[in-house]
Design a protein around this ligand. Structure first.
Ligand code: PNW
Length: 490
């Protein structure tokens, strides 16, 4: 792509969808209302020291009660679509019995969205596994995949006539490896074997759910959202660094991409993890189920990273300092995984900071990584399989500076979004089939192990009053969504 979209105005293709995303546990609150029972996150939040400040999602943004106001907020931002997740623990609280009142909430939300002419984009699983199913073994147990397909069928029967796009899982990498290997997310287990077993059964659950949805809502678009990194070797002329980047890419990206979009685990990855029991879990037929054709691939991109085979800082690339998540991973207790900012990485892979600016998460800001990622996905995965891509999450945490009149002039977040939308348009111009973009997030919310300390919202939430205030980035994004154009800079 010869002309990078550097500062002029940038127009997106006609019909491009503009949205924002949230997740049930991060915004809803109403923790034990209308029959909802504990998810793994409710239980994890009660472990002393597990979550910053002892925060939890019992109230969060009180979206369960304020959804009408929040849909009006979306309307004021000119959004075409809203990506939300449904809480398994609300709909099937004990893991087997359907809770009609829980379903009714999502029915009201979907109706409110449709009335506002905002397309509902539903994610079935954004990490809130019913604790009752964790007690039976959680994702490392094969049966959880079947329970997930049952839950998918319940949702399809209730909302299939009104929801045009369904994604099964959000970021199974986080569910598997933060939940069961580094222990920094619920349920806080620390075992490489459990993480891999969880990954396989999450994908099996995805495939079974796609089959269940396809039967019930044949007219809908179906897919999954994965989170990606872009791994660069610190020294591209050093074969050991190149190999570290290969393994990092394998355990982060290809471990999900290849089974889902090509029907096979990467051969090099199976060799790398041969001692961890993954191959023994795979039953005949699993990969056919996992690779059931999908229509959309959701792409979550926050940052890439440079990795090396040795920990020593080299040149101007100091060893990355642990981010907020990484700080916890340091004492993860698993010798096979080491700290990275912010993610745990397999043994023998060492992240190096590149001197790029970072967000309040400690994550490097690297917009051109998004261009490379989307082109690679197009060429190696979605193109051959005919599925379209959507950026289902992208955004940044920065501390809010609240002015005397209550406004928040978050130029840092605005510039982050501007740069990533230009990088996205570069990818589209070079041939990537990307049809929409969801900013993370509609509003500040419960940032998992970091509690309410990190703010990703286009809208500020005052957690004392639950007042919502659109930030400068939100007003800017509303114009982008209205005009289908990123305006010229400066
Ligand atoms: C994603 N990591 O989470 C999630 O989908 C959102 O729920 C979350 O709020 C958002 O990104 C911002 O963090 C991630 O440690 C959490 O690599 C942690 C990691 C990646 C993604």
């Amino acid at each position: 792509h010869a002309t990078p979209n550097s500062s002029g105005s940038v127009e997106f293709p006609p019909g491009f969808l503009w949205g924002t995303a949230t997740a049930a546990y991060q915004v809803e609150g109403a923790g034990h209302e209308d029959g909802r029972q504990d998810s793994v996150w409710d239980v994890f939040c009660r472990i002393p020291g597990a979550v910053h400040h002892g925060d939890d999602g019992m109230v969060a943004c009180d979206h369960y009660h304020r959804y009408r106001e929040d849909v009006a907020l979306m309307k004021s931002l000119n959004l075409d679509t809203y990506r939300f997740s449904t809480s398994w623990a609300r709909v099937v609280p004990d893991g087997r019995t359907v809770n009609r009142k829980g379903l009714d909430f999502y029915s009201r939300l979907v109706d409110e969205l449709l009335t506002a002419d905002i397309m509902p984009w539903l994610t079935l699983y954004h990490w809130d596994l019913p604790q009752a199913l964790e007690d039976l073994g959680g994702w490392p147990a094969r049966d959880t995949a079947s329970r997930f397909a049952d839950y998918a069928a319940v949702m399809a029967d209730a909302l299939g006539d009104r929801v045009p796009v369904w994604t099964t899982l959000n970021e199974p990498w986080c569910s598997a490896f933060l939940g069961y290997t580094s222990g920094s997310h619920a349920p806080g287990k620390k075992s490489p074997e459990l993480g891999l077993a969880a990954a396989h059964h999450l994908m099996l659950g995805h495939g079974l759910a796609v089959e269940a949805l396809r039967d019930r809502v044949p007219q809908a678009s179906l897919g999954i959202t994965l989170n990606f990194t872009v791994s660069d070797p610190v020294d591209p002329t050093n074969p050991a660094d190149v190999d570290a980047a290969r393994r990092d890419d394998g355990m982060f990206n290809r471990i999900f991409l290849d089974p889902i979009l090509r029907g096979a685990y990467p051969q090099d990855l199976l060799v790398d993890v041969a001692h961890l029991g993954l191959a023994e879990l795979i039953r005949p037929g699993d990969l056919e189920i996992i690779s059931t054709p999908i229509d959309v691939l959701g792409v979550n991109y926050y940052n890439g990273g440079a990795v090396a085979a040795t920990p020593e800082p080299r040149g101007d690339a100091p060893l990355a300092t642990a981010g907020p998540d990484g700080a916890r991973d340091q004492d993860a207790g698993s010798p096979l995984w080491v700290t990275r900012s912010p993610n745990p990485v397999p043994e023998g892979i060492h992240p190096h900071a590149r001197g790029l600016p970072t967000t309040d998460m400690g994550w490097e800001v690297q917009p051109e990584g998004l261009t490379r990622l989307l082109l690679r996905l197009q060429e190696d995965y979605t193109g051959p399989r005919g599925s379209a891509m959507f950026v289902t999450e992208n955004g940044a945490a920065y501390p809010d500076v609240v002015e005397q009149d209550g406004t928040v002039d978050d130029q840092d977040r605005l510039e982050f979004l501007d740069a990533h939308l230009r990088a996205l348009k570069d990818a589209i111009d070079a041939g990537a089939d990307v049809r929409g973009y969801f900013a993370w997030s509609l509003m500040d919310n419960f940032e998992w192990a970091l509690g309410y300390s990190k703010r990703f919202g286009l809208t500020r939430v005052d957690y004392e009053t639950q007042e919502r205030t659109v930030k400068s980035s939100g007003r800017w994004y509303a114009d982008v969504a209205r005009d289908n154009v990123v305006p010229a800079r400066g």
